[in-house]
Ligand binder design. Sequence first.
Ligand code: SAM
Length: 291
Amino acid sequence: MNQNTNHDVWYSEYLVEGNAKVSLKLSKILHCEKTDFQELRIFENEEFGKFMVLDGYIQITEKDEFIYHEMISHPAMAVNPDVKKVLIIGGGDGGTAREISRYKSIERIDMVEIDEGVVNACKKYIPQTSAVFSNEPRLNLIIGDGLKFVENAPDAAYDLILVDSTDPEGPGEDLFTVDFYRNCFRALSENGILINQHEGAFFSGDALQMQKAHKKIKEVFPVAKVYGFNIPTYASGYWYFGFASKKYDPLNDLQAEKWNSIGLETKYYNTELHKGAFALPNYVKKILEEA
Ligand code: SAM
């Protein structure tokens, strides 16, 4: 067991203002940059590997990013395996693009990331998620604002939109607006599914963001559900995605057999867990019902 020593350096993320935090001891400080949009840090920790922090919030770690990127990608594909055209908004580390590009049936992946600094830093320090930028011919990376991109996107241009955004502060704020959701709805085909980073429920600040997002999505999409997943380095260790669609229900329309026949090897997602992920704790159901 490592003894704590005075010269240890730790990164801490406040879970709530000043009263609780999660800390990772740093074995390396790899990159510190103030980009045009946010404070970008890349550190290394002996347990979690290299990890990226944006404006004080852990975004990915080498050890647990597979959970987030499997859970943003596979539930929608298990409901509609015929997805051909995908739009990723955010996701500058490349993990979502890497995971969704495992489906050879997908023809095109447009990805709109506002901060080129994130892409460049992850290309340099976190090839585990960013190698996709150099080895995926279907991936079309656009540096720009996702809000403006969907405003100008043609009707029914995409079958799946994955909003892999930061929290609704700073550049990510625009990606939690009714306008944004309305433009996503218009840019989706009639089989369209929207998956969005839907915040947490345990701490009140996160729960309020979840509730506000859900209220807006419900205004726009006929089907608006939420599903959860365990992610050790996110506040409270449990986080949520939104599943919104024009017609598909994530449970009634789950095509488990078809998805399993694709034969993708995953470390977290499976079609049994898919069903469980949409079963929510009572306090989370209450937050959403009150939205
Ligand atoms: N994929 C990571 C994970 O596992 O949680 C975290 C999300 S990713 C790092 C969030 C990205 O959203 C950031 O790179 C940020 O620059 C980007 N972003 C924030 N606002 C945006 C906007 N309006 N348009 C496009 N990208 C945006």
